[in-house]
Design a protein around this ligand. Structure first.
Ligand code: SF4
Length: 121
């Protein structure tokens, strides 16, 4: 069973991207980067924010995920980075480097495929 932890931008999650619904719908439908789990058992085990600019606390926050979930016997087997972080964050290079260096599980730079092409057309 794959356990997916999604990491996104604190300033965008559930604010610009209301309810983080596109990531969750994408996962439920196994679309976008979640096609990886098309024929696999997988669950989302958490939605984690970077902790705010400039993402200095991301490694500590990953450690907190481990501690918080230890009594539940839950830990991520895959990490996905939302487009709010992987594409739009000005600090993304540093944050992604830190996550990849410390996570100990595969880090995938992407989640849902539902980016709008335009607003009014
Ligand atoms: S560090 Fe990047 S991902 Fe985090 S709040 Fe700032 S812009 Fe968003």
């Amino acid at each position: 069973m794959e356990k997916v932890l999604i990491i996104g931008c604190k300033r965008i999650m559930d604010d610009v991207c209301i309810g983080c619904s596109r990531c969750l719908v994408g996962f439920n439908r196994r679309e976008g980067y979640f096609e990886l789990y098309k024929d696999e058992e997988a669950e989302v085990m958490g939605l984690l924010s970077c902790g705010d600019c400039p993402g200095a606390g991301i490694v500590t926050r990953l450690a907190q995920v481990k501690l918080w979930n230890a009594p539940l016997n839950e830990k991520p087997t895959k990490i996905h980075l939302g487009p709010c972080l992987a594409e739009h964050c000005p600090h993304k290079n540093e944050i992604i480097k830190k996550i990849k260096a410390k996570a100990g599980v595969q880090v995938i730079e992407g989640t849902h495929p539902y980016m709008p092409e335009n607003i009014f057309a």
